[in-house]
Ligand binder design. Structure first.
Ligand code: PFF
Length: 459
């Protein structure tokens, strides 16, 4: 039939390449920038236990569902869910799940690129020794004004000045978007997979170096007791919503991103095993990032609940204390964050591009450039009023991701027949367990957390 959308023809080149791309998507600013301040604001240890439960019981189930739906349909999320519903003679309205996910991933990307531009701005600052001059600056201002100006004051002023330099951030934003567009335009195998296969191993080498340093130089004991001592008195339903949102954000679940990546999966890739690898790698990096950041935060007396500024204000304070070494550790740290952010932002962009390129007359480079242009326009809006970032983060993280995941679990567990997904997940214990979770655990748990968590937050 004319105009009928076919299966994707581009595929991952190898299983290793796919795992690098999928881990690259999961590991990102969610682990470095979002996880530490969310854990810090929600009490540390208790939050982390709830977070781990969310990853294991909710995140992993939905991750498998996303890959299964994606590979079964072989199309973009919106068209794929539509075609599977039709194949089962079910309502075509289910494609709304694809829409929520695709729009959610687009909204996340609109602010994700701005935070990435901030990271980009901090790399030259680290290498040119800006942070190492903080102490002198604090002393000078203290002498000049007669009131004590602390390192934290100097660092937050630096952060504020950096992100309000709109011309510079705008230029970095354009550069970052151009790089994303270039890679995504080259395709899944020739662009995304190649970039991830190069960047992810480099990322892990840098990560090991930084953690080693943090454990030796920082206050690992205080970090361990903060991260590992649960204080359940602070836990409310809102904590559960934050933990679910953080787990999904970090795993790249609930935005149909993994449905999209699943469409390029070859038959010989084992979905349950790949899901377990991706979930454990991402969780390990989040915990490792916590152990890289909190020892430094505690050793130098910063505020663990410092909000979105924790990353950009506290880390430079820490680097400012390390003498000449701070230049290298700081530079490596922001470079690490940039690699992680980039392999995630290309994956977020792919969700929309995969759908757009299915329209008649639209090519992949055209789709990528179109999305890149719109991203720049919206991104510039955040550059001018960064307060909206918080708002967009809450709407996507606390509402869209859990809602999309909830509907996707219902779709995969109740709407699609067991036989439909046998080809993806096999038959036996794993299928039984997964289907049970998808039907009886994930939907009620998410509905409960979404409703009560939102009420607690509003109340
Ligand atoms: N998982 C990535 C991160 O943790 O930074 C990015 C991301 C992808 C966030 C998909 C949210 C999402 F829905």
């Amino acid at each position: 039939m004319a105009g009928e959308i076919g299966r994707k023809t581009d595929h991952w080149g190898s299983r290793f390449g796919f795992i690098m791309a999928a881990v690259g998507s999961s590991v990102g600013l969610g682990n470095f920038w979002r996880f530490p301040f969310t854990a810090g604001e929600n009490g540390g240890g208790a939050f982390i236990i709830i977070y781990l439960i969310c990853v294991l019981f909710l995140g992993l189930t939905v991750l498998m569902a996303e890959y299964a739906v994606g590979r079964k349909s072989g199309m973009s999320a919106i068209e794929g869910i539509h075609s599977l519903a039709r194949a089962e003679n079910k309502s075509e309205n289910w494609q709304v799940v694809g829409w929520i996910g695709t729009l959610g991933s687009f909204f996340i990307l609109t602010f994700y690129i701005v935070i990435s531009a901030w990271v980009l701005a901090f790399i030259p600052q680290a290498f040119d020794g800006t942070f190492t001059r903080f102490a002198d600056e604090a002393a000078r201002l203290t002498a000049e004004t007669g009131t004590t100006v602390s390192l934290a004051d100097v660092s937050s002023t630096n952060f504020g000045q950096t992100i309000s330099n709109k011309y510079m951030i705008g230029t970095l934003l354009a550069a970052f978007i151009a790089l994303n567009t270039f890679i995504v335009a080259r395709g899944v195998k020739g662009g995304i997979e190649k970039a991830a296969t190069f960047l992810m191993p480099a990322f892990f080498i840098l990560l090991i170096g930084i953690v080693g340093f943090a454990l030796v130089e920082g206050d690992a004991g205080a970090a361990a007791s903060f991260l590992l001592t649960p204080d359940f008195s602070k836990v409310t339903m809102a904590t559960f919503l934050e933990a679910v949102g953080q787990a999904f954000f970090s795993l790249s679940v609930g935005s149909c991103l993994m449905v999209t990546y699943g469409a390029y999966l070859s038959r010989d890739t084992n979905i349950p095993r790949s899901s377990a690898i991706v979930a454990s790698a991402d969780t390990m990096v989040a915990l490792i990032a916590g152990f890289a950041i909190f020892p430094i935060v505690f050793a130098f007396g910063a505020d663990p609940a410092g909000g979105p500024g924790l990353f950009f204000v506290s880390m430079p304070i820490a680097f400012s204390q390390m003498g000449a070494l701070g230049v290298w550790v700081g530079g490596a740290f922001f470079l690490l964050a940039l690699f992680a952010a980039f392999t995630s932002s290309i994956s977020l962009m792919e969700v929309g591009v995969a759908w757009l390129e299915e329209r008649e007359g639209v090519t992949r480079p055209g789709a990528a450039m179109g999305i890149g242009f719109v991203l720049f326009m919206i991104g510039m809006g955040y550059v001018f009023s960064s307060d909206f970032i918080d708002f967009a983060d809450i709407i996507t993280g606390n509402i869209m991701l859990p809602l999309c995941a909830l509907l996707l679990a219902v779709f995969a567990g109740w709407i699609l027949s067991r036989e439909m997904l046998t080809s993806e997940l096999g038959e036996g214990t794993i299928m039984n367990l997964w289907r049970f979770m998808c039907r009886w655990v994930v939907p009620p748990a998410l509905a409960f957390i979404l409703v009560l968590g939102t009420l607690t937050k509003l109340g």
